[in-house]
Design a protein around this ligand. Structure first.
Ligand code: DX5
Ligand code: ZN
Length: 232
């Protein structure tokens, strides 16, 4: 999906916290309640200690998403699967810098397959690892939990990394995405530091369902309002 680059706050619900038996309806429900992007967490039980799903599920979800499908790969290796995620309709495909020795090649291949390229950094990985790659990416994802599971606590030391990346990015059209433990109390910290895409799983899906999606709307609005207020 084509989208003009901007740094407005975008809320990206992670379907890791949705009803796995109803992904299509869950995506439509959160979009109907104000979600900007849909964040899709792919895990392989090898790069991270959990398994979710792969390109076939992404392809099945795609027709139910009107906006951006933001696919976060927590897999290693990445390269053999890039084409499959392009065919599945991913708009943004994010790979971890820790997932292999040739991240630059991976990012080139993602763009070459027609997708926007994202680069994710684990909490223990310094901002510096992204600096040589800033012209090769469309998004940098700062993990504010250790990847693998939803519902973990936000790691505050990552806020400094966000500020460092924001300064380094300058005028480049590169989004800063935050993933893990985002809620109305932590969103202001990263929004003030320069993040614009806020992934939230448990904080969006809690209290709602496909049949009663209003809670999703309230949750999204609260995270957005807290983030926008912190920007001033
Ligand atoms: C963690 C995933 C996240 C996760 C966020 O490995 O990448 O996208 O779903 O979940 P919450 O918002 O519950 O921390
Ligand atoms: Zn994620």
């Amino acid at each position: 999906m084509t989208e003009i680059f901007d740094r407005s706050i975008k809320i990206a619900p992670s379907i890791l916290a949705a009803d796995f038996a109803a992904f299509g309806a869950e995506c439509a429900a959160v979009e109907g309640q104000g979600a900007d992007w849909i964040h899709v967490d792919v895990m392989d039980g090898h790069f991270v200690p959990n398994i979710t799903f792969g390109p076939a599920t992404c392809a099945a979800i795609r027709p139910h998403i009107k906006g951006v499908m933001d696919v976060h790969l927590m897999i290693a290796p990445v390269d053999p699967y890039i084409e499959a995620f392009a065919k599945a309709g991913a708009d943004v495909l994010t790979a971890h810098v820790e997932a292999g020795p040739h991240i630059h090649r991976t990012l080139q291949a993602i763009r070459g397959a027609g997708m926007r390229a994202g680069l994710a950094l684990n909490p223990g990985t310094p901002a510096e690892s992204a600096l040589p790659l800033l012209d090769d990416i469309d998004l940098v994802c700062v993990m504010t939990v250790n990847p693998g599971f939803g519902g973990q606590s936000f790691i505050r030391s990552q806020v400094e990394k966000v500020a460092a990346l924001r300064a380094a990015i300058g005028d480049r059209p590169v989004h800063i995405e935050i993933d893990g433990g985002v809620d109305p109390s932590t969103a202001p910290l990263v929004a003030a530091a320069g993040a614009d895409v806020l992934v939230a799983g448990s904080a969006v899906f809690r209290g709602g369902s496909v049949d009663a999606p209003e809670a999703y709307g309230t949750n999204i609005a609260e995270i957005r309002a807290a983030a926008e207020a912190a920007r001033g």
